[in-house]
Design a protein around this ligand. Structure first.
Ligand code: ACM
Ligand code: ZN
Length: 630
């Protein structure tokens, strides 16, 4: 009898257990405008169908995404055609004046849940917020036998900027159509709405263009290389170009349809007139003198090999007219990005055709020749009903009349353009370049410069004194020279992309400590969804400098306030019993290595940093600082 009682008690416990951590606090990224936590919970019971109503005009797309998101949850939905019969409803309502169609309200009550918005974007984002109320584990395939509880809450939310983007460079390394769609899905979960697809560059042309088949037959392929970018061996004579790939028009349509269901606009970039090795290899007649004979593999070439289209050659404009026609027809995006960055103009200065063009058009320098080219690109795009976007170099020599400027060399290009009355998308590298280091370089895959999570979070897209109506928003850019795999693309994107999503979506008023708390929750969510990310924000920041006493000193900093830092110079691995860092330290005589670790609430959270003292001394050469009273 006792055994039966015990079994019965255990059975009751299992039945009553609601799976997952009962949410103690709400951890939504990007931070919503208004959150009112209410008493109680809504419970999704395992096996009990949830009646769902969605406005008929949007239901097909929205429910397709919703079912996909809930596929491991064990929750079964039953569509109903009347709202008053639904437990979960998505309701379209007329817009109030000035309200964004991406704004939404979400009411989770004890008995029902309702999302309201005036547009598809708003309903989609209401759904994303609802998903973030679930415990992280609800996306894990194996855990679908449970009930799920979410807190009762009222949320009202709206975006600060209309342009909230991420750029992925698929030229330097190729990412498959499926990987691109996963990237779009991931960014849409954080209410980003533009996917900027960097489709062409010196290392590969990735888009089928029917009129110019060699762009993908030849230009999409390079010799396979690993190793650091710019130190690689050129393609050897007789070596096969086997690395690469491209997207057919059918692939692109599939990606666009997938993105549309996630409220994401896909903006293509055809990077001209520079960054064009792959184009010139495919169609050598577009070079000023001699096209390179192989697509670049990551070897040095700038200024040596031609990589700019000849602007003196009429064939260049015939080529671009045809390419942009096909691009404009394929992509519904109102914006087409034509690049315009880092164009090497040295060959133009010597090319008889470019010189003749400058003379006939009354252009006094090669900057004006570039501007002439961009203006003609704008005319082509305007004839297709599209707006031109270009990197901030398109300012040099004079901006095209309707151009939108993407400011990447800091904010100054954007400020200049906004003052001239142009729209601007802010992507200053110091905040938005996701290809940069995000932590101590000796623990990161090789890249250059630094953009920490706190740097991304500190981004403010509207400069002082600039009319905010010219600033469409901003975006993160993932250049892929040092990003050979999709897993690494995720590592570089998250969590800095989350910081940018909050900068671009949430109203002003940042709280770094609270953001970092929410990031730690989202790490767990990403684990459940098998999304890679970087925990570098937990690592110590090692800053050697030469003190005013001539000695090398080392400052150990942190991005997160409540971390404790422990270190050793004696060859052992540090833990919470080692020296605790409190102020700059010097290197003991004969020490060969500094080791550092961080703890939070008594637990190690950062990676073990291990840096040779020689390296510390080298770094200190570039930084001088006063120490103490010296
Ligand atoms: C760029 O980073 N060249 C836009
Ligand atoms: Zn030329």
């Amino acid at each position: 009898m006792k055994r039966y009682l015990l079994f019965f008690t255990l059975w009751i416990c299992v039945v009553c257990t609601v799976y997952g951590e009962v949410p103690v606090s709400i951890s939504i990224i990007p931070r919503p405008e208004q959150v009112e936590v209410q008493e109680g919970y809504f419970t999704f019971r395992h096996g009990r169908p949830v009646s769902i109503y969605c406005d008929a005009t949007v239901s097909k797309d929205l429910l397709e995404v919703l079912y996909e998101k809930f596929k491991y949850s064990g929750i079964v939905f039953q569509p109903v055609s009347e709202k008053n019969k639904a437990v979960l409803s998505f309701v379209l309502e007329p817009a109030t004046s000035g309200e964004s169609s991406e704004a939404y309200s979400l009411q989770v009550g004890k008995k029902d849940i309702e999302v309201r918005a005036s547009g598809y974007g708003g309903l989609f984002y209401g759904m994303q917020t609802l998903l973030q109320l679930f415990p992280a584990s609800f996306r894990k395939p194996a855990l679908s036998q449970n009930d799920w509880q979410i807190p009762c809450v009222y949320i009202k939310d709206a975006p600060r900027f209309s342009w909230r983007g991420l750029m992925l460079d698929v030229s330097r390394h190729f990412f498959t159509k499926e990987e691109v769609m996963k990237y779009i899905d991931e960014l849409s979960e954080y209410k980003m709405n533009v996917f900027h697809w960097h489709l062409t560059d010196d290392q590969g042309w990735r888009l089928e263009i029917s009129s110019f088949p060699r762009l993908t037959e030849v230009g999409a392929w390079r010799a396979k290389r690993v190793g650091d970018w710019w130190t690689r061996e050129r393609q050897q004579s007789g070596e096969a170009a086997t690395y690469g790939g491209f997207y057919t028009k059918e692939d692109v349509r599939e990606v666009i349809a997938y993105a549309q269901k996630r409220n994401v606009t896909v903006m293509p970039e055809i990077d001209v007139p520079g960054h064009s090795v792959a184009t010139l290899v495919s169609y050598p007649g577009l070079a000023c003198f001699k096209a390179p004979d192989a697509v670049n593999v990551g070897n040095k070439f700038y200024g040596e090999d031609e990589n700019s289209l000849c602007v003196g050659n009429d064939s260049t404009f015939i080529f671009m007219e045809q390419v942009l026609s096909e691009v404009a027809e394929l992509f519904p995006s109102p914006y087409i990005h034509i690049g315009g960055d880092e164009c090497f103009k040295g060959f133009w200065s010597r090319c008889p055709k470019c010189q003749a063009r400058m003379k006939s058009e009354g252009l006094s320098n090669v900057q004006e020749l570039q501007s002439y080219f961009i203006k003609r690109m704008e005319k082509i795009l305007q004839s297709k009903g599209k707006h031109l976007v270009g990197w901030d170099e398109i300012i040099e020599g004079g901006l095209a009349p309707d151009a939108t400027v993407m400011s990447w060399r800091g904010m100054s290009g954007g400020i200049h353009a906004a003052k001239e009355g142009h729209h601007v998308i802010m992507t200053p590298n110091e905040h938005c370049y996701l290809d940069l280091y995000q932590g101590e370089p000796t623990r990161e895959p090789n890249t250059y410069s630094m953009c920490r999570l706190s740097d991304s979070y500190a981004f403010e897209p509207v400069p002082e004194g600039i009319d905010s109506s010219y600033i469409l928003g901003g975006q993160g850019n993932l250049w892929a020279e040092s990003v050979p795999t999709f897993r690494h693309a995720e590592y570089m994107t998250w969590p800095r992309g989350w910081a940018l999503s909050e900068v671009l979506w949430s109203q002003k008023g940042k709280d770094w400590d609270d953001f970092v708390r929410r990031v730690s929750v989202h790490f767990t969510r990403a684990d459940s969804a098998d999304i890679n990310y970087s925990r570098s924000v937990y690592n110590a920041i090692v800053t050697p400098f030469t003190g005013s006493d001539g000695q090398v000193w080392i400052e150990l900093g942190k991005e997160i306030e409540d971390l404790d830092i422990y270190y050793t110079f004696d060859g052992t691995n540090p833990d919470a019993h080692s020296s605790v860092y409190s102020a700059p330290i010097t290197i003991p005589l004969n020490a060969t290595r500094l080791r550092v670790i961080t703890y939070q609430s008594g637990k190690p959270v950062g990676q073990l940093l291990s840096i040779e003292t020689e390296e510390l001394r080298n770094r200190a050469k570039n930084t001088k600082r006063v120490v103490g009273n010296l």
